[in-house]
Design a protein around this ligand. Structure first.
Ligand code: GLU
Length: 595
């Protein structure tokens, strides 16, 4: 009796989760920030995308298949944060070998790019003018990432895993306040492009909450991509249309927006590779922390901040002391990130030196428990760690865009994927490729438009065939060589502080994963004032932190939107997502109960 009641409950839950996408009906799914169970787990910002990932796991796919299927669905329902016009970093724990692999699907500059890509008459362009332009479009890396991941580790074909998202784009999904809000934020520039306007501003307005949104052009594009094994994008018709859109931005002649063309060519698309890279790795309190190395600064900067905290018994600190140390650790790590990290093909990034405990100790030496450092703190030299020594000029990191997405998956075999993907700004460069239903990225604005200081080497200037420095930090934490938890977040440069905060929250401060994800955020990136959420300022510790010289400024909105999975000691998977940020994320497991 008991068993059949469980079975009925299980079938009800899984049917609710997958029915919409598979039947073509308009799905309306509740968003759940935490789920615990068996057979695998998916956590993403969107309930339709999570349900699609779960449906792939239920049909025998593994964590890699589920990650690609979830990402393809996010391209439909969260199109202002990611999509086939963008790039990302895919981190995979392979249960069979116990190894962690990473794919670098970062967008890349055209061969024509030079250091002055974003300069005119010897001066850098205003940032906003780089954003909505053809200049900022890098070769998309997301489709290649999917292909590479599936070829190397998947059980399903690209066609299989893209199919549910294609159907979702065709049958539609329900517009929520987040989707509508993102269109509203971008309405002025979206209106300047007839292709974007027709899709996202039907009747001149953002789609109303509760209505069904369909994107048949994207459905057709997904089908074409899958049928041609991506050839159409990297060496065919879709690519041709991307190039045309970049070189002659399809702007409404009536618009006064100055939209600069870019020089991307089909040869640039054809040259693109999504290489495997060594993951960044550091040890924190006996755990192995794997993340994304250069061209992302995510892995080295999260790792360095943790290493700075390593000698301190963070577990036993008061909440005020913990927050003080946390803010100081990322302040210092950012000073080093800005000086040393860029595309490793162009400068010698001292990755292992940045992650050495000796270097971290030489930086931790600067922390005064009673008094905050004065930013910008100058960087250290990881090649020659000297206690408390600094060198050169310090610089704060801008937050950058806030609109990327992170998904996390796990399967019955014990594989785990942490995947962060983006089109950079909310809405990318604002231009939907006409007739294709997807937005292009503006990822090249992650480069510095001009050297930060004359005479100080800057590893993040544009050049031909170069990848801009990222902050994305999809992270997998192993305990005794086996998955403990995985996490990641959007949020531009604040990704790094969010991921470090989630890790310390979970590992040191006794928080559950979902509570660590939900905690009020603070992002200190080597500036006088840390960017914080209002909820952070409302904490009782703030007054004492201010006494110690910590400065705070309130972020315009939320910081980050993390997801994660965790392997519980009894073998169950826990999926975790934001309870509130971005309208709440969606966590699910394959079987909520033991079968
Ligand atoms: N483009 C950013 C990066 O790679 C991510 C943007 C965001 O998170 O909003 O660091």
């Amino acid at each position: 009796m008991r068993r059949s009641a469980t079975l009925v409950a299980l079938l009800t839950v899984t049917t609710v989760l997958v029915s919409g996408a598979e039947s073509g009906a308009t799905p309306t799914r509740p968003k759940v920030p935490e789920a615990i169970g068996y057979g695998g787990a998916v956590a993403s910002i969107d309930s339709d995308a999570t349900a699609i990932g779960i449906s792939v796991l239920r049909r025998g796919g593994n964590a890699v298949d589920a990650a690609v299927a979830t990402a393809a669905a996010l391209g439909v329902t969260d199109p202002f944060s990611n999509g086939i016009g963008g790039g990302g970093f895919f981190v995979f724990y392979e249960a069979r070998t116990g190894k962690v692999h990473t794919i670098d699907g970062r967008e890349t500059t055209p061969m024509s790019a030079t250091e002055t890509l974003f300069q005119e008459n010897g001066a850098p362009l205003p940032f906003a003018e780089g954003v909505t332009s053809g200049l900022s479009v890098g070769v998309p890396g997301t489709p290649k990432t999917w292909e590479r991941a599936l070829q190397l580790w998947g059980r399903k074909s690209l066609k299989d895993v893209m199919k549910p998202a294609e159907e979702l784009a065709r049958s539609g999904f329900v517009v929520d306040a987040t989707f509508r809000g993102q269109v509203a934020n971008n309405a002025a520039r979206f209106a300047a492009f007839p292709s974007t306007r027709a899709l996202y501003l039907p009747g001149g307005q953002p789609p109303a909450v509760g209505t069904t949104f369909r994107n048949p052009d994207m459905a057709d594009t997904y089908r074409e991509l899958a049928n041609t094994n991506l050839r159409s994008l990297y060496d065919g018709q879709i690519g041709k249309e991307i190039v045309q859109t970049v070189q002659q931005p399809p702007k409404d002649p009536a618009s006064t927006l100055n939209v600069r063309p870019g020089k991307l060519t089909q040869a640039d698309l054809a040259r693109y590779e999504a290489p495997l890279r060594e993951p960044s790795k550091t040890n924190y309190r006996g755990l192995d922390i794997y993340s994304m190395g250069p061209p992302s600064s995510g892995g080295t900067t999260v790792g360095e901040a943790l290493n700075i905290l390593e000698p301190t018994n963070v577990k036993n600190l008061s909440q005020t002391d913990y927050l003080h140390y946390f803010l100081e650790s990322t302040r210092l790590a950012f000073a080093d990130r800005n000086r040393w990290v860029g595309d490793p093909a162009f400068s010698n990034v001292p990755t292992s030196e940045l992650l050495s405990q000796k270097f971290a100790d030489s930086r931790a030496c600067l922390i005064n428990p009673a008094k905050a450092l004065t930013s910008p703190v100058a960087p250290g030299d990881p090649r020659n760690p000297t206690p408390c020594a600094t060198t050169g000029q310090g610089v704060a990191a801008e937050i950058g865009s806030q609109h990327t997405t992170h998904l996390t998956t796990a399967d019955a075999w014990g594989n785990v994927v942490a995947y962060t993907l983006t089109i950079e700004s909310e809405g990318g460069n604002g231009i939907v490729v006409p007739g294709r239903g997807f937005l292009l990225n503006n990822e090249l604005t992650d480069f510095n438009f001009a050297p930060l200081f004359p005479g100080v080497p800057d590893p993040n200037l544009p050049a031909a065939d170069k990848r801009p420095r990222s902050s994305m930090a999809p992270t997998i934490v192993l305990r005794n060589g086996k998955p403990y938890f995985a996490t990641g977040s959007p949020g531009g440069a604040s990704i790094i502080t969010t991921v470090a905060q989630v890790i310390t929250g979970r590992v040191d401060r006794g928080k559950s994963l979902v509570d660590a994800i939900a905690a009020p955020r603070a992002s200190q990136r080597n500036s006088a004032a840390a960017q914080v959420e209002q909820a952070f300022l409302d904490q009782p510790e703030t007054a004492e932190l201010k006494n110690r010289g910590q400065g705070f400024s309130t972020a315009p909105g939320e910081i980050g939107a993390a997801t994660g999975v965790e392997r519980l000691p009894d073998g169950r998977w826990l999926a975790a997502a934001e309870p509130v940020r971005r309208g709440g994320g969606s966590a699910a497991v394959v079987f909520p109960f033991r079968w």
